[in-house]
Design a protein around this ligand. Structure first.
Ligand code: MG
Ligand code: MG
Length: 272
C-alpha cells in the first residue's frame, strides 16, 4: 500500500534517515582488514540507540542483527559473523533505524583496503545507477521509468541486474508500496505523486543476474560467485522532484572523498 507523507512526516523521515547516514559514516572509519562484521554490527547497534532510535532490521521478519552485512559475492541480507574482513574484499552494509515511528533504510558498498580496478568499477557504476534512477523519481513519471533507467545504464556496462529483490516505499513500515524494481519498461507501473517516499536500491552483479540463497534463509549471493554491489538512498518527492532524505556525506567525510553527486537532489533548506 502506498502511503503519501505530509511535509511534517517527511521531516521525521529525514531524521530517521540521517541516523542511518551517520551510523554508516561511523562504520566507514571502522571498515578495514581484520575487523569482523559482528564487531561492526555491535558498534552500529550502540550508535543507533545512542541517537534515540532503534535498529530497524533487528527482529524485523526475525532478522538476528542490526546490519545486513554482505561481503563479495553476497548480494544482500548477509548475517554478521566472526570472519575477519580481508584486504581486497568489498562489503555491502545495509542499515535501518526506527525513530518517531518512521524508518530510515540505506546501504553502501565499502572497499576493504585496496580492491581490484574491475571491482572498483562495479561499485562506481552501481552508485551512478542509483542517482540515474533517483533522477527519474518525479511527479508524472512511473515506477518503470526508474527501473528502465537503472537497468539500461547497468546492462550497458555488461553487469547483471538482480530481479528477485527490489526497492520499496518507506515510512511507518520498512516495506510499503510501491515496489521499486531496478529493471522495467518506460511508462509502466504506478505513477509518482507528491509526498511519495521510497528506498531506491540497485543491486548489481559483476556477472550473471542470477542469484541463490544460503540455507540460513537470509543470505542472497550471486549464482556465479562473482562480486555484487548495493547502494541505497531514501528519497521523497518534494515540489514534484526527488529530494534525498539520506546522505553519503558522513561516509565521504570519514573516507576523505570529495563529491557533489547529491547536490541536485538536496533541498535548499537543508543544504547548509
Ligand atoms: Mg536497505
Ligand atoms: Mg531497502
Amino acid at each position: 500500500m502506498i502511503k503519501l507523507k505530509t511535509a511534517e512526516e517527511i521531516e521525521l523521515m529525514r531524521e530517521s534517515a540521517l541516523i542511518v547516514s551517520k551510523t554508516l559514516g561511523m562504520i566507514a572509519a571502522e571498515v578495514k582488514p581484520g575487523v569482523t562484521t559482528l564487531q561492526l554490527d555491535a558498534m552500529a547497534e550502540t550508535f543507533i540507540r545512542d541517537h534515540g532510535a532503534v535498529p530497524g532490521f533487528l527482529g524485523l521478519y526475525d532478522f538476528p542483527n542490526s546490519l545486513c552485512m554482505s561481503p563479495n559475492a553476497q548480494v544482500v541480507h548477509g548475517i554478521p559473523n566472526d570472519t575477519p574482513l580481508q584486504e581486497g574484499d568489498i562489503i555491502s552494509i545495509d542499515c535501518g533505524a526506527l525513530k518517531n515511528d518512521f524508518y530510515g533504510d540505506h546501504a553502501y558498498t565499502f572497499e576493504v583496503g585496496e580492491v581490484s580496478p574491475e571491482v572498483k568499477k562495479l561499485l562506481e557504476v552501481t552508485k551512478q545507477s542509483l542517482y540515474i534512477g533517483i533522477r527519474e523519481f518525479r511527479v508524472g513519471n512511473r515506477v518503470g521509468d526508474v527501473g528502465y533507467a537503472i537497468q539500461k545504464f547497468t546492462e550497458e556496462h555488461g553487469y547483471g541486474v538482480v530481479r528477485e529483490l527490489v526497492g520499496h516505499g518507506l515510512g511507518r513500515k520498512m516495506h510499503e508500496g510501491p515496489e521499486m524494481p531496478n529493471y522495467g519498461r518506460r511508462g509502466r507501473g504506478k505513477k509518482f505523486v507528491e509526498g511519495m517516499t521510497v528506498a531506491i536500491e540497485p543491486m548489481t552483479n559483476m556477472g550473471t543476474k542470477s542469484i541463490k540463497q544460503l540455507k540460513d534463509g537470509w543470505t542472497i549471493l550471486t549464482a556465479d560467485g562473482k562480486p555484487s554491489a548495493h547502494f541505497e538512498h531514501d528519497v521523497a518527492i518534494v515540489n514534484g522532484k526527488p529530494e534525498l532524505l539520506s546522505t553519503f556525506k558522513y561516509i565521504y567525510e570519514a573516507l576523505g572523498i570529495e563529491s557533489d553527486e547529491e547536490d541536485e537532489f538536496t533541498s535548499s533548506t537543508v543544504k547548509s
